[in-house]
Design a protein around this ligand. Structure first.
Ligand SMILES: Cc1cc2nc3c(=O)[nH]c(=O)nc-3n(C[C@H](O)[C@H](O)[C@H](O)COP(=O)(O)OP(=O)(O)OC[C@H]3O[C@@H](n4cnc5c(N)ncnc54)[C@H](O)[C@@H]3O)c2cc1C
Length: 391
């Protein structure tokens, strides 16, 4: 397809997307399906290489892109530990998180985008770009485009090139992938609160489909003490018996959506635009949902003269006001003694359930009946649970 605009400038592509991860691939797939000529530039040698995320999905995220079930493992409950290691079990019948084979998930998404018609160019780092009339020329590449999307993560180069807003507030996360531990109860995501070990966020041990993922994230530019965390949790899980397969780390924007995330025919999406919940630090669901919408709206704009996609996206992307406030609360970093007492109280339990399960809670079902139900059903496999289908 040759693209012509009103001034007869000819572009190589309708849409170039920088970054082949959750947001960029979701946008590319949708835009290509809508008939745009799309290229995705990715710095890494392939989309699944050097993954930096735990990759846990809420069910809504999985539904957003019709994720194949072999890429996931269902984890229905959350076991939340106080700093003194006493724990409470949180659950919401009908709800389950999904841990993922994250590298394979990204490869699958990339294949989907390519099958829809997008061109994936890996091992190519975006270094800059300039406007040429109504088009954008990518520096160092023989390539012009009518529209450019920056899906290049928390420290976006596209944002800096076009002087858009940049993320300024981050959590720092670090994680290891270990051989599965027999001591880890796979019905739960194990989450650890504690201002000494995980100031501003939590530590976690998650039963993935093939490995156990153990990590922690902290706020305020601190360095996460992963060894200290492994040491503290080892009496529970015997980490000394599980070999470490992989290590990863990265930053998570937690300052909320950026105000100036677009200008003319350049737009940021995903982490680059700050589309991450400041409270939970989850960004994959928003990357999928609004990445897809960005693809569709860009197609409407370029093919049918629809409104500029950022105008519509600005109205749709959540502002995370409440979660931003709660983030300020987390940054206060309550002393461990206060957390020990608070986590044992009923209001705190209700609050935690609402945060983890998106306002749903135990719905009057007691822990024993719930665990009995889990035992009678294969909770780890099968299609995503639909809300309310508690069986
Ligand atoms: C340790 C950790 C754990 C996390 N756990 C979870 C979780 O369990 N659940 C959840 O929902 N969220 C989690 N997050 C957040 C989540 O990973 C991000 O919100 C999500 O990855 C955002 O996707 P994205 O496509 O916007 O950006 P990214 O996934 O960051 O992808 C950006 C892509 O752009 C590429 N790129 C960057 N610069 C350039 C360039 N100059 N040229 C070309 N390509 C470039 C990168 O290589 C990368 O492929 C976690 C984050 C971290 C750091």
């Amino acid at each position: 397809m040759t693209c012509r605009n009103r001034n007869e400038f000819v572009a190589d592509f309708d849409l170039v997307i920088i970054g082949a991860s959750f947001a960029g691939l979701a946008a590319a797939r949708t835009a290509a399906m809508r008939g745009l000529k799309v290229a995705i530039l990715e710095a890494k040698r392939e989309p699944g290489a050097r993954v930096h995320t735990t990759g846990i999905l809420v069910p809504e995220a999985a539904e957003e892109i019709d994720i194949p079930f072999w890429l996931t493992r269902r984890v229905p409950g959350v076991r939340l530990y106080a700093p003194n290691m006493k724990s409470i079990d949180l659950f919401s019948p009908g709800y389950a998180f999904m841990t993922t084979r994250t590298a394979d998930l990204l490869r699958w998404l990339a294949r989907e985008a390519v099958m829809a018609g997008a061109k994936l160019i890996c091992g190519t780092k975006f270094r800059g770009a300039e406007h040429v009339g109504p088009l954008i020329r990518i520096a160092g590449e023989d390539m012009t485009t009518r529209f450019l999307i920056g899906a290049d993560g928390a420290r976006s180069r596209v944002a800096r090139t076009f002087r858009l807003d940049v993320n300024e507030k981050f959590l720092t996360g670090i994680e290891v992938e270990m051989e599965p531990s027999d001591r880890l109860d796979k019905r739960f995501l194990h989450c650890f609160a504690g201002s000494a070990l995980a100031p501003g966020y939590i530590g976690w041990a998650a039963p993935g489909p093939d490995v156990t993922q153990v990590g922690l994230a902290v706020s305020g530019g601190r360095k996460p003490d992963l060894n200290g965390f492994l040491e503290k949790t080892s009496p529970l899980f015997h980490w000394d018996r599980s070999a470490i397969r992989e290590r990863r780390s990265g930053v998570i924007p937690c300052g909320g959506p950026l105000k100036r995330f677009a200008e003319g025919n350049v737009m940021l999406i995903g982490d680059a635009a700050g589309w991450v919940s400041p409270m939970t630090a989850g960004g994959i669901r928003t990357a999928f949902r609004y990445g897809r919408r960005a693809g569709a709206l860009t197609a409407d704009h370029l093919l049918c003269g629809g409104l500029s996609p950022d105008i519509l996206l600005k109205r749709q992307v959540p502002r995370f006001w409440l979660k931003g406030l709660l983030r300020s609360g987390l940054d206060i970093n309550l002393p461990d003694a206060v957390l020990n007492t608070a986590l044992a109280t009923a209001p705190m339990r209700t609050f935690a359930e609402r945060i983890y399960f998106h306002r749903r809670g135990a719905r009057g079902i007691d822990r024993k009946s719930y665990l009995r139900w889990l035992e009678a059903n294969d909770f780890s496999a099968g299609p995503v649970w639909r809300n309310g289908s508690s069986g």
